[in-house]
Design a protein around this ligand. Structure first.
Ligand SMILES: [Zn+2]
Length: 174
């Protein structure tokens, strides 16, 4: 598989490119690829992805209806599982450029890292409990404005053992 990492070039083993159609009006941004995603070279194909597509499917939205990417699309899991603020900052220009190249009008931001990355905030300042399902307009430049929907990350629900309260938060944002 061709994995031309925007930061590390064609031999990078841990870059996961965006998937889906750039013509979609819905973009979904996650945190960073996990093991399954890196292995398959596609975002949201692991357990958290399953939960996400399940919930979106109930609303009639399939993978083919969206464009999907990660805030930090390249991560060496042997070194770290969560991207730090330096990585988030470094990837931000690429992330915003990538979003700008799509036809997205709504961007679903899954989790604190995605919210911080796209909106240019500090991860520590994002309060999911208070901000879940809120909507923020973002100007990508060149007359391309998007509505960002802030949401809990499906992996937080998995980590909680399927907490109904957290699942409800996800359903509210969708
Ligand atoms: Zn890379």
């Amino acid at each position: 598989m061709q994995r031309n990492c925007p930061q590390h070039g064609p031999n990078c083993k841990t870059y996961v490119p965006p998937s889906g159609k750039p013509e979609s009006t819905l973009a979904i941004i996650g945190e960073a690829p996990g093991e399954v995603e890196i292995e398959r070279g596609e975002p949201f194909v692991g357990q958290a992805g399953e939960l996400l597509w399940d919930e979106l499917g109930k609303l009639g939205v399939t993978r083919d209806d969206c464009w999907v990417y990660n805030a930090v699309p390249c991560l060496d899991l042997k070194k770290t599982k969560t991207p730090d603020s330096a990585k988030i900052k470094k990837w931000r220009p690429h992330l915003l450029d990538s979003l700008k190249s799509t036809f997205a009008s709504v961007v679903l931001l899954l989790g604190r890292v995605a919210i911080a990355a796209v909106l240019g905030r500090a991860v520590s300042e994002v309060r999911i409990k208070d901000e879940n399902a809120s909507i923020v307009q973002l100007d990508l430049g060149g007359n391309h404005k998007v509505l960002c929907v802030l949401s809990i990350h499906p992996s937080a629900i998995l980590r909680s053992g399927g907490s109904p309260e957290l699942l409800n938060m996800l359903r509210t944002s969708l």
